[in-house]
Design a protein around this ligand. Structure first.
Ligand code: FAD
Length: 463
């Protein structure tokens, strides 16, 4: 245990974990989150060593009345895992993963990150749809829905959540599954940060071949890019759901495969992977490779863990960030043209304008089966502004607005809250829609009537 002076009288003396307070050497590291725009100062950071410590921490926050925040990977761009003048429960010391392919699931503890989870599942030749950057937490990601490269084939991460252990607002440990507290499992699948501290996630796993055909095709974002992007869209609409994909506008990074004269220029990248047998993959990806002929073809056999880490270079911790996640019904020519035009206005080397392919297994789950919403959208527009200095903030936020407006003709009006920077009630309603919000508010009243867990895209308890 670190730290000295005591505003901690009510913390159970049996609490075994770390206690970090203002003035401690590791306080600034302990309070920092991924998004460098968020700068908050908790009164205390509690890092539990086990489930009983989590219960102690919840009881302590509730009894003192201090604002409570829970953190797994700290990636929430909205800052919902940062805390001002309250109690921050940092789960980063709970790292166990137990993979059991014969049971068809893996159990991850509350502090596991996707890079850690994927390493362990890869050893057994299986995987769960998960974060496309390895430092993202399994926790906030799964509880908010979770779109990974495997999602068009195997669904959202929360669709693969078969059970969980949750410390609730009254400090109880509750096991949640299809047969125990099924209403809470429904809520955890998309609105889960609202109902307690999840200490264990049991996730379905799927077999994967040792190598997948995957990578990126890159062409200049200049004359001719519109033709390429439209051909990519047309091909994608014919492609089976094993073809997972995203197109992105970026500035060419200073990597060894990029000719020096191209570094820093606007490019259109098409990330593609085939989730299935390598012998089928060559044929399935061939039409896309033809479309981008003459550009850079970085598609090659790679392990799933390499695909999962492919975008890591664009996610430096501590840079300033502002993202959106907008569901898109289809990709009209006009949206494609505007998307490319706004792509030429990127200033920061880390800013990306991404359009993910969704649908497939995500859309096959009925809309009312989980709290996660807007399943029928075929694509998601995801502007990621990521910049180094506050002097660039106005430009970068304006760029996100222009990128979002580029899809005006095709937006469904729904948003994906895990990517959304706003936490107002209007934002939260846009994430769930009125009917689901009402159902969630009734569950919130049952499980967390005082709204102890409100450092999130918050569902207010029904009256
Ligand atoms: C670089 C980057 C890449 C990303 N890639 C993707 C992607 O590919 N697909 C996608 O869908 N999303 C992606 N996201 C968004 C991501 O899903 C969210 O940021 C998510 O919240 C991250 O989870 P976390 O555990 O790191 O979050 P945290 O910031 O730790 O937590 C987020 C929210 O969940 C709550 N929470 C965390 N753990 C628990 C728990 N155990 N019990 C209860 N509440 C908890 C927190 O209190 C907070 O409200 C990405 C984000 C970033 C920054």
């Amino acid at each position: 245990m670190t730290g000295t002076s005591l505003p901690l009288l009510e913390l159970n003396p049996s609490f075994h974990g770390a206690v970090v307070r203002p003035g401690d050497a590791d306080y600034d590291t302990a309070r920092a989150v991924y998004n460098g725009s968020i700068d908050r100062h908790p009164s205390v950071v509690l890092r539990p060593s086990g489930v009983a410590d989590v219960a102690d921490a919840v009881n302590y926050a509730r009894d003192t009345g201090l604002p409570l925040t829970v953190r797994c990977g700290g990636h929430a761009v909205a800052g919902t895992s940062a805390n001002e003048a309250g109690v921050l429960i940092d789960l980063s010391s709970l790292k166990g993963t137990d993979v059991n392919p014969s049971r068809g699931t893996a159990i991850a503890q509350g502090g596991v990150l996707w890079g850690e989870y994927d390493r362990d599942t890869a050893l057994r030749g299986v995987a769960t749809p998960g974060g496309r950057v390895t430092t993202t937490g399994v926790g906030g990601f799964t509880l908010g829905g979770g779109y990974g490269w495997l999602s068009p084939k195997y669904g959202l991460t929360c669709d693969n959540l078969v059970a969980a252990d949750v410390v609730t607002a009254d400090g109880r440990l509750v096991h949640v599954s299809e047969t125990e507290h099924a209403d809470l499992l429904w809520a955890l699948r998309g609105a889960g940060a609202n109902f307690g501290v999840v200490v264990n996630y049991e996730l379905r796993v799927h077999p994967l071949p040792p190598l997948l055909l995957a990578g990126m095709l890159v062409v200049p974002n200049a004359d001719g890019a519109g033709e390429v992007a439209r051909a990519y869209r047309d091909e994608l609409e014919r492609a089976p759901e094993e073809v997972v994909a995203a197109m992105a506008t970026i500035l060419a990074p200073p990597e060894e495969f990029v000719p020096p004269e191209v570094v820093g220029s606007p490019v259109l990248g098409m990330v593609l992977a085939y989730i299935g047998a390598p012998e089928e993959a060559l044929e399935a990806l061939a039409p896309f490779r033809r479309i981008a002929e003459g550009g850079m073809d970085l598609i090659q056999p790679m392990p799933y863990t390499a695909l999962q880490a492919m975008l890591d270079g664009f996610a430096p911790r501590g840079w300033l960030n502002y993202h959106r996640g907008l569901h898109v019904g289809g990709l009209s020519d006009v949206s494609i043209d505007r998307f490319l035009e706004v792509g030429t206005e990127i200033h920061s080397p880390m800013t990306q304008g991404i359009v993910f392919r969704h649908g497939g297994a995500v859309a096959r789950v009925p809309e009312d089966a989980t709290a996660a919403s807007h399943r029928d959208a075929a694509y998601m527009a995801h502007p990621i502004a990521c910049w180094a200095s506050p002097t660039e903030t106005d430009y970068e936020m304006g760029w996100v607005r222009r990128f979002s407006e580029a899809f005006a003709a095709d937006l469904t009006g729904g948003v994906y809250l895990n990517f959304e920077p706003g936490t107002s009630q209007a934002d939260v309603h846009a994430g769930f829609g009125p009917d689901k919000y009402a159902r969630l508010a009734a569950l919130k009243a049952a499980w967390d009537p005082t709204n102890l867990f409100r450092s999130n895209h918050n569902i207010e308890p029904a009256a």
